[in-house]
Design a protein around this ligand. Structure first.
Ligand code: AP5
Length: 181
């Protein structure tokens, strides 16, 4: 699942994974759990996350490779938030093979809507990186580091773009249509 901060990756990935019967693996959720549990990885990741920076590739990649080798992922998985740059995409191929990811689903949402959604979540839930300043920085990190993945997957005929504006059920319906096709 690809898309800028606030595009609805987590919201939709959770529903899709449940509908398909595969695990939803969110690197953001995994990292936040490590921070909450005060693990060594959590200590290493926390400052990057609060600043809206990507956590160093080697830390996140090791965490993802370990997770993909667990039993419940042997029949498939929905990755949300990883890979986050072309180097992470390559690291996954190196660790497994070219078919490690079958399809990249890109949720398209304009920046104004993204900021509104995340500012609202920041007020309601208090996530540390949902302040307007950090949100804008996360969007710039996405443009610089993650957006190049669109070309990466498009050139491999693995990119499907889905309009992410509309209600949560509407977007879900579009994703299901793409998967069915
Ligand atoms: P991560 O948790 O992946 O954050 P993100 O990409 O910024 O994504 P968000 O969770 O903010 O948005 P989302 O697209 O999942 O949307 P959501 O469904 O939540 O990563 C956090 C940090 O961890 C990173 O900044 C980085 O530091 C680190 N990290 C994670 N992965 C990494 C990696 N691979 N490498 C390095 N570092 C990594 O929805 C957002 C809000 O919108 C919610 O309130 C939701 O209810 C609402 N909403 C959803 N859909 C709709 C809709 N259709 N209409 C209206 N509101 C909606």
């Amino acid at each position: 699942m690809l898309g800028p901060p606030g595009a609805g990756k987590g919201t939709q990935a959770e529903r899709l994974a449940r509908a398909i019967g595969i695990p939803h693996l969110s690197t953001g959720d995994m990292l936040r759990a490590n921070v909450a549990n005060e693990t060594e990885l959590g200590h290493q990741a926390q400052a990057f996350m609060e600043a809206g920076e990507l956590v160093p590739d080697e830390l996140v990649t090791a965490m993802v490779i370990d997770r993909l080798q667990q039993e419940d992922a042997t029949c498939g998985y929905l990755l949300d938030g990883y890979p986050r740059n072309p180097a992470q995409a390559e690291a996954l191929v190196d660790a497994f093979d070219d078919d490690v990811l079958e399809l990249a689903l890109l949720l398209d949402v304009d920046a104004e809507e993204l900021i509104q959604r995340l500012v609202l979540r920041g007020r309601e839930q208090g996530r540390a990186d949902d302040t307007e300043e950090v949100i804008r920085y996360r969007l710039s990190v996405y443009e610089e580091q993650t957006a190049p993945l669109m070309d990466y997957y498009e050139s491999r005929s693995k990119l499907a773009r889905v309009q992410g504006l509309g209600s949560i059920p509407e977007v879900f319906g579009r994703l299901i249509e793409v998967l069915a096709a």
